[in-house]
Ligand binder design. Structure first.
Ligand SMILES: NC(=O)c1ccc[n+]([C@@H]2O[C@H](COP(=O)([O-])OP(=O)(O)OC[C@H]3O[C@@H](n4cnc5c(N)ncnc54)[C@H](OP(=O)(O)O)[C@@H]3O)[C@@H](O)[C@H]2O)c1
Length: 223
């Protein structure tokens, strides 16, 4: 069965490019989205040069076009850029699943949990996009540093929250495609806990002088 095309909005950055690299390797056609079409095309060209044989193709488009031309949209931009980016892609997301990777981090206190007014970045995204978009929060706890190395397995589970079961199943499948174990962690209301964990992990990275600490859920069956 052919795999759905994924738009990775902010796929020019650290986290989005790591995910895009893994998904393209697993055979998912990727459209990297950027504020600049030229920047997206350059990032896509660079990624195509790194992909192993048999990978799907990566292309690059401006954010709005990338969302419109994909079946599933992944949002991977800094929290401060979320609202403006959502306004660029809102039309293209209607009727689709949007998987948000956004973790709200407030520099300079990057290792302290900070909750946005709407409860979580993911709930704010849902409110901004409207009920016709199935928003799922996932991948907040996996480090870009880990994702970019295709040659090793990543020791981090993916907690997935959202209000639509089929959309969460899409995220679970995408986690597996990236070599990760996705776990349904309940409704989108729970996204605030997962987003907050990112600040904890940044602090753990700093104190342990590492770049890629992660989380593991124990006591459940694994494939
Ligand atoms: N890095 C990690 O290890 C990691 C781990 C877990 C979760 N996350 C979360 O994933 C998201 C992306 O993280 P990242 O490290 O990939 O971020 P990033 O590299 O700083 O930014 C990603 C992309 O977002 C766009 N962007 C940046 N600043 C912007 C602005 N002011 N306005 C509009 N667009 C802007 C840029 O794309 P264009 O210039 O091409 O438009 C940029 O390439 C964040 O919410 C982060 O908290 C990151």
């Amino acid at each position: 069965m052919s795999k759905p095309t994924l738009a990775v909005i902010g796929g020019t950055g650290a986290e989005g490019s790591g995910l895009a690299l893994r998904w393209a390797t697993a055979g998912y056609p990727i459209v990297i989205g950027s504020r600049s079409q030229e920047k997206a095309a350059a990032a896509a060209q660079e990624m195509n040069g790194k992909l192993p044989e048999g990978s799907a193709a990566v292309s690059g488009q401006a954010n709005g076009d990338a969302a419109a031309n994909a079946e599933i949209v992944v949002l991977s931009v800094p929290y401060d850029a979320q609202a403006a980016t959502l306004d660029q892609i809102a039309d293209g997301c209607q009727g689709k699943t949007l998987i948000t990777v956004v973790a709200p981090i407030k520099p300079p206190k990057v290792s302290q949990v900070w909750r946005p007014e709407g409860g979580s970045a993911a709930q704010e995204a849902q409110a901004r996009l409207g009920e016709n978009v199935k928003v799922v929060a996932a991948f907040q706890n996996v480090s870009a540093e880990e994702l970019k190395h295709l040659d090793h397995s990543v020791e981090c589970d993916i907690l997935i929250t959202g209000d639509d079961k089929s959309a969460k199943q899409q995220a679970i499948e995408l986690a597996a495609a990236a070599g990760l174990f996705g776990i349904d962690a309940g409704p989108l209301l729970n996204a605030s806990v997962v987003e907050g964990m990112t600040a904890l992990l940044i602090g753990i990275n700093i104190r342990n002088k590492v770049k890629g600490s992660g989380i593991r859920i124990t006591g459940i069956p694994r494939p």
